[in-house]
Design a protein around this ligand. Structure first.
Ligand SMILES: Cc1cc2nc3c(=O)[nH]c(=O)nc-3n(C[C@H](O)[C@H](O)[C@H](O)COP(=O)(O)OP(=O)(O)OC[C@H]3O[C@@H](n4cnc5c(N)ncnc54)[C@H](O)[C@@H]3O)c2cc1C
Length: 377
């Protein structure tokens, strides 16, 4: 006999924990029996999340550092972004995990289990793990047991990166300002840029990031970072204190929102922005919407507007088919538009008028054929 729950959350990563913490904090759910399953405890600072945001976010107390000055740099020039109230915020993975599990420890109706999910029966809500089976009315899954099949028109790029947390013995950084995208790095492997995220005068996260089809070797990432530090930052004396690696899918492949009793969340639920890889804020909005959905049965599940899917496909096509160097795509976007408009657009929160202005700022000879090809696809 499977143990019974109201809700089971699969995966205690960004999406599973964002949802679980909200369920723990909302008294409406105090009578629900909730199970959170992950294959392993979260003990490592395995990722750093950065988001742009206006005002306080749900996890505001976890913000490790914030910047009110951002730059986009390119060999052609540098753009100080006018943020108009937006801040760029950094949350450390380990702080998020500790906070989330401390919150769940105060919620007796939420149980945490470490086990490997092997199969989920959508029709019955049965979850089969290596060491037992569990059943619930609703399953929220960030565990992708099988990726949806690619269709011929689907585009798939990888955002892959290596970040070095570095420390210096002298003051080398300006903790008030960060580089959102610094394209003054070799583009030999495809679209590449570096995040420069100083959290003090002597400590920074420098992340070498690529939007390409294939990952690099460890040595190539290290070489990319070393080259940038030496030539762009003129920095040769530093200690690497932590290394962060990541691969994020950038695809217009349709991740199903739900299947029977399963609602997919996080990257598995299509919450990764296809054209940028940003996910954390989409997860927050989705988690918030799911609580409303649970409270008001019968309301449709939250879905992104179709036009943003189309814009993502066009942008992804330009990057994927290298119709214009990725460095130029993003530099032009920020050069020809105020940053707050770009942020709203990338957050799927712009209005149609703003989108027309954005479209008008892109090179027509590149984007119109990409849009037509995306319509046909
Ligand atoms: C290094 C890194 C940095 C990133 N930085 C940013 C950023 O700055 N901004 C941004 O917006 N996005 C960023 N992302 C993208 C995105 O926000 C993260 O990938 C985010 O963690 C996705 O959340 P998730 O819950 O979907 O997946 P995860 O956080 O990966 O959680 C999935 C969980 O499922 C568990 N699991 C998997 N398979 C099983 C199984 N069979 N059984 C049981 N448990 C299982 C895993 O252990 C994991 O805990 C980053 C991603 C990475 C990898």
């Amino acid at each position: 006999m499977a143990q019974q729950y109201d809700y089971i959350i699969l995966g205690a990563g960004a999406a599973g924990l964002s949802l679980a913490v909200r369920l723990a904090n909302d008294p409406w759910f105090a009578s629900k029996r909730i199970l959170l399953i992950d294959r392993e405890p979260k003990t490592r600072n395995d990722r750093t999340w950065c988001v742009w945001e206006r005002g306080a976010g749900y996890f505001e107390e976890l913000v490790h550092h914030r910047w009110q000055q951002l730059h986009v740099r390119h060999y052609e020039g540098q753009l100080p972004l006018q943020l108009k109230g937006y801040e760029y915020k950094l949350i450390r993975g380990i702080d998020f995990y500790k906070h989330a599990f401390a919150t769940l420890a105060q919620a007796p109706h939420i149980q945490v289990l470490y086990d490997a999910v092997q199969q989920v029966e959508a029709a019955t809500g049965l979850v089969h793990c290596a060491n037992g089976s569990y059943q619930a009315t609703h399953i929220f899954s960030s565990v992708l047991l099988q990726e949806p099949a690619m269709q011929p028109a689907d585009l798939y790029l990888l955002q892959h990166f290596r970040g070095w947390w570095v420390e210096t013995d002298t003051d080398c950084f300006d903790p008030a300002a960060a580089d959102l995208m610094n394209f003054r790095t070799s583009q030999q492997h495809g679209c590449a840029f570096v995040y420069v995220l100083p959290v003090s005068k002597r400590r920074a996260l420098i992340e070498y990031t690529l939007f390409t089809e294939d990952t690099l070797t460890d040595e190539q990432y290290d070489e990319g970072l070393r080259h940038f530090m030496t030539h762009e930052m003129q920095l040769s004396q530093y200690r690497i204190t932590e290394v962060e690696n990541g691969i994020i899918p950038m695809t217009n492949l349709r991740f199903p929102a739900s299947d029977g009793r399963i609602v997919f969340i996080g990257t598995a639920g299509g919450q990764t922005k296809a054209s940028t890889g940003y996910t954390f804020q989409y997860i927050q909005k989705h988690s918030q919407a799911l609580l409303q959905w649970l409270k008001q049965p019968g309301t449709p599940l939250p879905q992104p507007a179709a036009r943003f899917r189309f814009y993502d496909t066009v942008l992804l096509r330009v990057l994927h088919e290298r119709r214009l160097p990725g460095a130029d795509v993003f530099f032009r976007l920020f050069q020809n538009n105020p940053a707050d408009r770009v942020f709203r657009f990338l957050d799927n929160e712009s209005n149609f008028w703003e989108e027309l202005l954005l479209m008008n700022s892109t090179p027509k000879s590149i984007f119109v054929p990409a849009a037509l090809a995306s319509l046909r696809g």
